[in-house]
Design a protein around this ligand. Structure first.
Ligand SMILES: [Fe+2]
Ligand SMILES: [Fe+2]
Length: 238
């Protein structure tokens, strides 16, 4: 049962479909998900009671959607990599090329595109090594920890000490990415394309907005579900 005192994060975990509604209402459910629902709705300029009513409908429909909270760490990691890391990497490359093309054609009349290009490059510079660290160090450690637990074996060697250490670093990097996404939204006036925009310009803004939505869901799964589950498993083993 959803109530206004719950944090946005708790709602997003309990009702997976709610993230789409939060996306539409511009309610931050990933990096800023610790706010109570009442406060988040007030900041977004929407009535909390209306949102709770919509969430009640969504929670009834949610039977068909994946409940990420019930997945194992290994299943969740596989989903994150297959669905979000693969998409993020390919879109970073595709949108980099598209951004440069649109800057070349339109930056004289729309200088804000130069800032869009700069922010997008920053996103790429931050996200590629971030995902590399997750895939090569953090995720394998979490999977090994889960396997050891299922076989009643001792915990694997932890090169970074407690799992809380890399989680803290990854969460901080998510915050930085969240800030860049917010700045992109401001610079592009919520991805509103000007009247003289060509197809490439329109495609770019639409694609970056979809990239933002995917990244919000990606960070939500890590910050709000995967990381707390891994930290809890580690504490249970000790
Ligand atoms: Fe990730
Ligand atoms: Fe991440």
């Amino acid at each position: 049962m959803i109530n206004s005192a719950m944090s946005v994060r708790e709602v997003a975990v309990q009702v997976p479909e709610s993230t789409r509604l939060f996306e539409t209402l511009k309610i931050d459910y990933c990096c800023g998900g610790n706010k109570p629902l009442t406060e988040a709705c007030a900041s977004a300029g929407v009535e909390v009671d209306n949102v709770i009513a919509m969430l009640a409908v969504l929670s009834r429909k949610d039977n068909d959607t994946v409940n990420f909270q019930k997945l194992s760490l290994t299943e969740l990691i596989t989903h994150i990599i297959k669905t979000h890391h693969v998409f993020t990497k390919s879109e970073l490359d595709r949108l980099h090329a598209l951004t440069e093309k649109v800057i070349g054609a339109h930056a004289t009349n729309h200088p804000e595109l130069l800032k869009v290009g700069e922010l997008f490059r920053q996103l790429s510079t931050d996200l590629k090594p971030h995902m590399f660290k997750e895939e090569q160090i953090l995720f394998p450690y979490m999977k090994a920890m889960e396997l050891a637990d299922s076989q009643n074996q001792p915990r694997p060697f932890a090169p970074l000490g407690t799992v809380d250490n890399p989680i803290r670093v990854m969460t901080k990097e998510h915050d930085t990415v969240g800030d860049i996404l917010r700045e992109l939204r401001t610079v592009t006036s919520d991805y509103r394309v000007p009247s003289d925009a060509c197809i490439s310009y329109q495609t770019l803004y639409q694609a970056v907005e979809e990239f933002e939505e995917d990244l919000h869901q990606h960070i939500h799964l890590e910050n709000n579900i995967l990381f707390p589950k891994a930290a809890k498993l580690e504490r249970a083993e000790s």
